[in-house]
Design a protein around this ligand. Structure first.
Ligand code: SF4
Length: 504
């Protein structure tokens, strides 16, 4: 068990960073009365190292998916629909009304505790660089906004009241004096008496200023209660931005903890491309003809990384070591048996004889499948197929090597040519891919191509309620790409009960 002694943010107006880094922690017991939180106080109870890691990974899944919704220009409504099942699964956060509003039961407390702790853990993981801080703050704000807007009116009110935000209420006299301006800025309002207004610094509500939806005088904006959402959200972002800076200053002390720092390090790497584990169910495609003779045909469902390996293999009758490894693991992941895999490689290496194949290549394929070598644990299972994160971040390909991810490792001209050679001619898609790649969103580019290539089928599974949003979440594993593509393109031949994607 560990005490999650996370350094708190210090509630001071003027920050002396030298002092605050070593200031005494401000703790508060949490009773989780409200569903939402500005996460002002750090967690204080003990949690296990497993909880520390799993809760953070669950939140990370949510943030990554939210970020990819924004990369793909999903509207707030589409994002909310898409996220609903994922939130229920990984980060449920129920209203007080779930218990009839009478009390906060254990389930509610546990949900809120997980939300609270996971936010703070990721704060530590993502406070390390300016870029990570900015991204974390932006996505956490999106999550907060979504939850806030969905919150039940009564609970929203109680949450706002609990915040003590020190907003100055505009007196009745001032309202009457400024009524003409206030009504002009709030067209939905008939009489100023029907609404309360708050006075805040105009800089604290950029959204409302940008849309000219408030009256401003002497540096103060007059905000009607109905516009409070914008104020609360700005407050949330401001608090978080400040807190992230403070957390960054506390990092050297946390890095000394050799239990936490590897986890935090891994989490922050995961933010670029979320990692995905591989389960045996990922390769189950009941009745699909997965055999050596059919790999050419199946390659139409491969993501670009594996298409590149397959085409290079067919062109050169050979692949270098890392290419063979990446491709063998993928083929194993799609459900190709060891015997078929050996037949596949033997036939593919046309320029060598049986003797050379048996001496130099056979053992490696068997090893990958866990048929020989390795420790006792790996025996029988072998290695797991590589996720996008691994392919994107480890062993970049050198000259004449074909492994890696074309979205990351090809220059844009070669990538465009390869996409066109595989049938992607849509200018809008190619433009989007170029933009994604420039912004280093490689897996988003890959998902963009997938969604374009399967748009008809995706529409069908959505319209016919065959798949929900959770089954169409962002692809972060080449084997998920294959399986999803195969199922979508075979909707008419695969029995309806088998057209489902297990979580990868
Ligand atoms: Fe392959 Fe992943 Fe790159 Fe797509 S993003 S090409 S699945 S490594």
């Amino acid at each position: 068990m560990i005490r999650s002694g996370i350094r708190p943010e210090i509630k001071k107006k003027r920050i002396d960073h030298k002092k605050t880094q070593f200031a005494k922690a401000t703790f508060q017991e949490h009773d989780y009365q409200h569903r939402l939180s500005l996460y002002d106080f750090p967690p204080t109870a003990e949690i296990s190292i497993e909880e520390f890691e799993t809760w953070a990974i669950d939140r990370l899944r949510i943030l990554a998916e939210l970020e990819s919704c924004s990369f793909r220009n999903r509207s707030p409504q589409e994002t909310a629909v898409h996220m609903e099942p994922l939130l229920k699964r990984y980060m449920p956060l129920s209203n007080n009304s779930a218990t009839g509003g009478a009390h906060i039961d254990e389930r509610l407390k546990e949900e809120r505790k997980k939300d609270h702790y996971s936010h703070w853990i990721l704060r530590l993981a993502f406070c390390r660089t300016e870029d990570l801080r900015r991204r974390f703050s932006r996505i956490e704000t999106t999550l907060f906004r979504m939850r806030f807007q969905q919150d039940d009116g009564k609970e929203k009110r109680a949450f706002i009241d609990s915040l003590n935000l020190h907003w100055e209420t505009v007196s009745n006299e001032e309202k009457t004096e400024l009524s003409e301006h206030l009504l002009a800025a709030t067209p939905s309002l008939k009489r100023v008496d029907d609404e309360n207004f708050f006075k805040v610094d105009w800089t604290s509500i950029p959204d409302l200023i940008e849309h000219r939806s408030v009256f401003v005088r002497k540096g103060k904006a007059y905000v009607p209660t109905q516009q409070q959402t914008s104020m609360i959200i700005t407050q949330f972002t401001q608090n978080l931005d400040k807190a992230l800076e403070l957390s960054a200053r506390a990092l050297p002390r946390i890095d000394e903890d050799d239990r936490l720092s590897p986890i935090l390090d891994h989490l922050s790497k995961n933010f670029a491309t979320p990692d995905a584990g591989f389960h045996d169910t990922d390769s189950s495609l009941s009745g699909a003809p997965i055999n050596a003779a059919n790999v050419d045909n199946l390659s139409q469902h491969f993501p670009l990384c594996m298409k590149n390996l397959h085409t290079t293999l067919r062109k050169n009758d050979h692949l270098k070591h890392f290419g063979r490894l990446q491709y063998t693991l993928f083929l194993k992941g799609i459900g190709l048996s060891l015997d078929d895999c050996l037949i596949f490689w033997r036939q593919a290496f046309k320029k060598i004889d049986d003797d050379k194949f048996n001496k130099e290549y056979r053992y490696n394929v068997r090893h990958v499948y866990g048929d020989v070598g390795g420790d006792a644990n790996r025996r029988g299972r072998g290695y797991s197929p590589y996720s996008c994160q691994k392919i994107l971040t480890e062993h970049p390909p050198g000259t004449n090597e074909a492994h890696g991810c074309p979205y990351r490792h090809f220059n844009i001209d070669n990538l465009t040519s390869m996409l066109q050679a595989t049938g992607v001619h849509d200018r809008e898609v190619l433009r989007g891919v170029k933009e994604d790649v420039e912004k280093k969103r490689y897996h988003i580019a890959c998902n963009r191509v997938f969604e374009w290539a399967h748009k008809v089928e995706i529409k069908r599974v959505k319209d016919d309620n065959i798949w929900g949003p959770a089954e169409l979440d962002t692809i972060v594993h080449p084997n998920t790409y294959f399986k999803r593509s195969y199922l979508l393109k075979n909707l008419n031949s695969v029995p309806k009960q088998d057209v489902k994607m297990e979580d990868s």
